[in-house]
Each structure stands twice: as structure tokens, then as C-alpha cells.
Design a protein around this ligand. Structure first.
Ligand code: SAM
Length: 271
């Protein structure tokens, strides 16, 4: 059976999580605020990684609310101190029953993209919302990472080549690198309403913190990249390129898709 390519138990996972946090948490917080998130809400954060967004949700809902953060491999989130109303659970969203129901908000960032079972998981998430509750799924469209500036055409080709092989590995593991462009349609197909999406992308310059996400990704699967045909010298050149200030590449666009469970007929307007 295909499995998650970037093993969260591996030592490099900590660097990947902190890169995701610094690149995308601000955009995710903005997308979550658009639901009207407020004190007292019951929230589920699926595949919470380092736990940074789960903790932020905990601050927003306060002790009158509650947040459950699930994670296949909770070892990175476990070290953060958190208040009692934020709980962390080892949980497999593809196989285990959901830990609760009637949520005001369910959020998952870059989790369903990786799951071969994404289309079975999605209706289970939708059914676990209370009427009027929000599902926010944030996913990449990995196809749009153009090189925006580069002093050397061969270097830009190298970036494209290594990145394409990485995408092939993801697909082989059951991920859908284009899920970001499909997620809103999939949410419509399970009956969610008030659908809308915002997309965040920015330019990543060589040597800066954000572009390091590419390095952490390839460091974690470098043996698989070599087995798939990338020469180890190309990987070294790729790492060097990511340090070059003349190299600028578009970030992965993060599509933040929002939808809510329909209100029962005659039960009044959405909040
Ligand atoms: C790309 S990371 C994203 C982490 C976090 N959501 C973020 O955006 O920073 C994908 C996360 O999904 C988790 N994951 C993968 N398969 C899972 C599953 N079946 N159930 C729960 N979590 C899963 C991984 O352990 C990993 O933490």
C-alpha cells in the first residue's frame, strides 16, 4: 500500500514542519479567521504536524472552547506546552473513527493531498461538522512553481528536473500534487455550501528561510531521488542553487478552501 512519502518519524521532519510554519502559518491564520472563528468553538485540527496551528486555534477559542489536534506521528507536537482545552491525539485519519462530532471547524493543511484515501476521508470530515460548521482544507497546487529569476538557464532546468522527479515520488506514494486545484470541487461534491477559496503564493529567494522547504524535502528523500534517476551531483547542485541569491522561485501556491455543512431545513440562517 502506498504510504506518506515524508515519514514524520524521521529526524528531518522537524525542519520541514518549522519551514511550513514560517512559510504558511500567517496565510492559514488569515484563512481560518474568515470563518468567523471565535471563543467557545469546538475545533478539530487534522494531521497537525508541529502543532503550531492547533495551539493558535486554542488561543482563539479560549478555555470555553476546545481543540483536538490529531497526528499520525505526534512526537514533534508533544513537546509544546499547551492548555487543557487543546488535546493532542495519535490518530490515523484514514483508518480510525473521528475523535468527535458536531465540530464548529475542522481544519487540515497539506494532509489530504498526501492521502490515497482523500476522497473517502473528505465526506467523513464533512459529516462530523455541526450544521453550519466550517471545513477548511489547505492544499498545494505543486504544478505552479515557475523559476522567476535565475542567472543561468541550466540551473533553472536543473530545478525543474529535480522537482519533477520529486513530484513523481509523491504520486507513487499516493499523493495528488494537483489536489489544490481539485479540492474545492471535491468539497462541493460532498454537499458543502458557501464554498470559497483564497490562494497564497510569494517569491522565494535563494538563501532565504522560506526556500529551505525545498532543501528539507529533498534531504528527506534523497536516496529515493537518486534511485529514481537524479544523479547525486545534481542533488548537490540543487542544494547550492537554493543558496544562490540570484535564484528566485515561486512558492508552492497554498489554496485555502472553505465550505460549510448545510443547515437543517428551517433551522435559520448560517452564523
Ligand atoms: C505535509 S505535513 C503537514 C503538517 C501540518 N498540517 C502543517 O501544515 O504544518 C502532513 C502531515 O500529515 C500527517 N499525516 C499523514 N498521514 C496521516 C494520517 N493518515 N492521519 C493523520 N495524519 C497524517 C503527517 O504525519 C504530517 O504531519
Amino acid at each position: 500500500m502506498p504510504s506518506y512519502l515524508f515519514d514524520s518519524a524521521a529526524a528531518q521532519a522537524a525542519d520541514r514542519f518549522s519551514a511550513l510554519e514560517s512559510c504558511y502559518d500567517a496565510a492559514s491564520r488569515r484563512a481560518l479567521e474568515l470563518t468567523g472563528l471565535t471563543s467557545g468553538w469546538r475545533c478539530l485540527e487534522v494531521g497537525g504536524g508541529s502543532g503550531s496551528l492547533g495551539d493558535w486555534l486554542g488561543e482563539r477559542v479560549g478555555p470555553e472552547g476546545e481543540v483536538t489536534v490529531t497526528e499520525l506521528e505526534p512526537r514533534w507536537a508533544v513537546s509544546r506546552a499547551r492548555p487543557k482545552h487543546v488535546r493532542l491525539l495519535r490518530h490515523d485519519i484514514a483508518r480510525d473513527p473521528l475523535p468527535g462530532k458536531n465540530y464548529d471547524l475542522i481544519h487540515a493543511r497539506l494532509v489530504l493531498l498526501h492521502l490515497p484515501e482523500r476522497l473517502e476521508v473528505l465526506p467523513r470530515l464533512a459529516a462530523s461538522l455541526q450544521p453550519g460548521g466550517w471545513l477548511v482544507l489547505e492544499e498545494f497546487d505543486c504544478s505552479w512553481t515557475p523559476v522567476l529569476a535565475c542567472e543561468d538557464e541550466a540551473a533553472a532546468e536543473l530545478f525543474g528536473r529535480v522537482h519533477t522527479v520529486l513530484m513523481g515520488l509523491l504520486e507513487k506514494a499516493g499523493a495528488d500534487p494537483l489536489w489544490g486545484r481539485r479540492v474545492l470541487g471535491a468539497m462541493a461534491a460532498v454537499g458543502l455550501t458557501d464554498l470559497t477559496a483564497t490562494t497564497f503564493a510569494e517569491a522565494w529567494r535563494g538563501g532565504n528561510t522560506e526556500i529551505a522547504l525545498h532543501r528539507h524535502n529533498i534531504d528527506q528523500v534523497d536516496d529515493q531521488l537518486v534511485a529514481a534517476g537524479v544523479a547525486s551531483g545534481e542533488l548537490d547542485a540543487f542544494r547550492t542553487l537554493l543558496q544562490h541569491p540570484g535564484f528566485i522561485v515561486n512558492s508552492y501556491p497554498l489554496i485555502s478552501a472553505r465550505g460549510r455543512r448545510r443547515h437543517a431545513r428551517g433551522k435559520g440562517k448560517p452564523r
